[in-house]
Design a protein around this ligand. Structure first.
Ligand SMILES: N[C@@H](CCC(=O)N[C@@H](CS)C(=O)NCC(=O)O)C(=O)O
Length: 206
């Protein structure tokens, strides 16, 4: 059985929703980040970066990185239809948008939420946060324009694990408080994803 090491509202939400979509049995193991459990030796064995999430596979292998876990699970369980196969032309936009979200938007979100880690100056936090907000909005704008032309999902009519990841990022609205009004196509995608029973089950613990 898979075990997902999670924290409510954290980057474990997307892998959790993917597990729910797949319909496989899995165990949820809450990591007490408030008490620094993610920095303790036992957890660092699962994720050496000390970040949430980590996934333990049925054979005991541990895996880190939210996007990587989603891609791995979607490929490992093709019957769930969450990812175009390697030879499918849709694999190109799937990986492109997935990587764009995790390489561009997610790090900007992290800079916003952990701004003090990105400056050595006490007075630098506001500047880090302001530039993170600008990059988050810039990236959402790019995704929104893509969805306006080719939506409602990142792959058009075809729902995929990349949409789950996009949905997760869209829930972190402190870094983009006006997301719903500024980026209506992101909102539409998020509403569609949120309405899925599997995602509703994930939201109950987040
Ligand atoms: N690239 C990593 C980032 C994970 C990450 O930064 N998670 C946050 C929660 S959303 C975390 O663990 N924060 C605790 C900390 O950095 O101390 C991933 O996607 O798995």
């Amino acid at each position: 059985m898979y075990t997902l090491h999670y924290s409510p509202g954290a980057a474990s939400m997307a892998p959790q929703a993917v597990l729910e979509e797949i319909g496989t049995q899995f165990r949820l193991q809450k990591v007490d980040t408030a008490n620094g459990e993610h920095q303790q030796a036992a957890y660092l064995k699962l994720n050496p970066a000390g970040k949430i999430p980590a996934l333990t596979l049925p054979d005991g292998t541990a895996m880190a990185e939210s996007a990587g876990i989603c891609i791995f699970l979607a490929d490992r369980h093709p019957e769930a239809g969450l990812a175009p196969a390697a030879t499918d032309p849709a694999r190109v936009p799937y990986l492109q948008w997935f990587m764009h979200l995790t390489n561009t938007l997610q790090p900007a979100d992290l800079r916003f939420y952990y701004a003090d880690r990105y400056t050595t100056e006490e007075t630098g936090v506001a500047g880090v946060r302001a530039s993170a907000i600008a990059e988050v909005a810039d990236t959402w704008g790019r995704v929104d324009r893509h969805l306006a032309q080719k939506g409602p999902y990142l792959l058009g009519e075809r729902f995929s694990a990349a949409d789950i990841f996009c949905f997760m990022l869209s829930t972190w609205q402190d870094s983009c408080p006006d997301l719903n009004s500024r980026f209506p196509h992101i909102k539409k995608l998020a509403d569609l994803v949120a309405a899925r029973p599997a995602v509703q089950r994930m939201l109950k613990t987040n």
